[in-house]
Design a protein around this ligand. Structure first.
Ligand SMILES: [Zn+2]
Length: 352
């Protein structure tokens, strides 16, 4: 295992960021190359815990001569975000300096322009340098896992439909309960990787066999426990075996049995007005159209001081917010459904 650091100059004197990178050299040039990063949203640590245990497992595999394809792991992809403690609260999702989401505004380039990502980095802010360095590493791979988590959530993933249904092996190996099929119209890290592959040649590709770029949502922000992290690391390892990146016990991965829903079929349940949130239903529950999901105490103590929020259609509750104070129109839940939502969705990602 080779451990190195990428050093990124800060935007002010005296600051520099260090990004540890772990690399394993594969024995077989033809085997898929893999890139795995965690905590690009710096407050999302389940993936960091996964990476810790996966690195141990990979070191053993290396000793056994079992690593076939090159593997790069970045367990904490965002030192800039991790340092943003604002009045005692970690702000790991948005760069405070530019107000941009660390997982949006990734450069959208064709694969052939990969090396230009890190040309003349002095022209860019620290956050943009970080995004470019990470994307540069990811575009050296065939398989890219970007490990995130939601607020309160089941295990699920965003997968571009160019990779489906082949990516069912990852979903099954990681025991996911849902897959959200995305349409490649955002600048999230995972989409930037897929974009580079789609536009590798003049003709846009709609299928990308042998490749995978995915945002894995490893449950909720508080789901950081040794047992879960070990289980998830084992799941990723099984996926790597299945894809021929490492040799291991040849167990077949069962077909994915969870819900597969295009983004149009995700009901984003929003608060109609501000108030305290009383949830009646939890993640993992199946609901019917009209079921009471939450009561919002808009004017506590008054006869008409509570509003009911009901399910627009049947579905599985995949995520729920952890805050108990709603702002008007703030998200409460994501429900994966069999039919498209009647709410208008902007192209791209579900959330800012
Ligand atoms: Zn995230």
């Amino acid at each position: 295992m080779d451990v190195s650091e990428i050093i990124i100059a800060g935007d002010t004197p005296g600051i520099e960021w260090r990004l540890p990178v772990f690399r394993f050299k594969g024995r077989t040039a033809a085997a898929p190359k893999t890139y795995i990063q965690a905590a690009l949203h710096a407050n999302e640590l389940p993936g960091t815990a996964l990476a810790h245990f996966l690195l141990q497992r990979l070191q053993q595999a290396e000793k056994d001569g079992a690593i076939l394809g090159d593997i790069t792991v970045v367990p904490q992809a965002n030192p800039i975000g991790a340092a943003q403690s604002h009045f005692g609260e970690l702000q790991g999702r948005f760069d405070l300096g530019s107000r941009t989401n660390f997982n949006r505004d990734s450069p959208l380039i064709a694969l052939g322009d990969r090396d230009r990502l890190i040309d003349d980095l002095d022209r860019y802010s620290a956050t943009d340098r970080l995004k470019r360095q990470l994307l540069h590493m990811a575009l050296g791979a065939d398989l890219m896992l970007d490990l995130h988590c939601d607020d309160e959530a089941l295990q699920y993933a965003y997968i571009d439909d160019a990779f489906w249904p082949e990516a069912g092996d990852l979903a099954s190996a990681l025991d996911m309960e849902a897959v959200f099929l995305s349409d490649g119209e955002s600048s999230a890290f995972e989409e930037a990787v897929a974009y580079a592959w789609k536009y590798e040649t003049g003709q846009k590709k709609t299928r990308l066999p042998g490749r995978l770029s995915v945002t894995v949502e490893l449950r909720g922000t508080r789901d950081v426990y040794p047992e879960l992290a070990r289980k998830d690391a084992e799941g990723v390892f099984r996926f790597l075996v299945a894809r021929g990146v490492v040799t291991g016990d040849e167990e077949t991965i069962a077909p994915f049995a969870g819900i597969v829903a295009p983004l149009d079929n995700i009901e984003m349940i929003r608060a109609p007005e501000a108030g305290a949130i009383l949830f009646h239903r939890d993640i993992g529950e199946s609901v019917k159209a009209g079921d009471l999901l939450a009561t919002i105490l808009t004017r506590p103590g008054l006869a008409d001081g509570a509003l009911e929020v009901r399910a627009p259609q049947d579905g599985l509750i995949v995520t729920r917010v952890s805050t108990r104070l709603a702002r008007r129109r703030s998200d409460l839940m994501k429900i994966a459904c069999a039919a498209p939502s009647s709410a208008v969705r902007k192209p791209g990602s579900l959330e800012a």
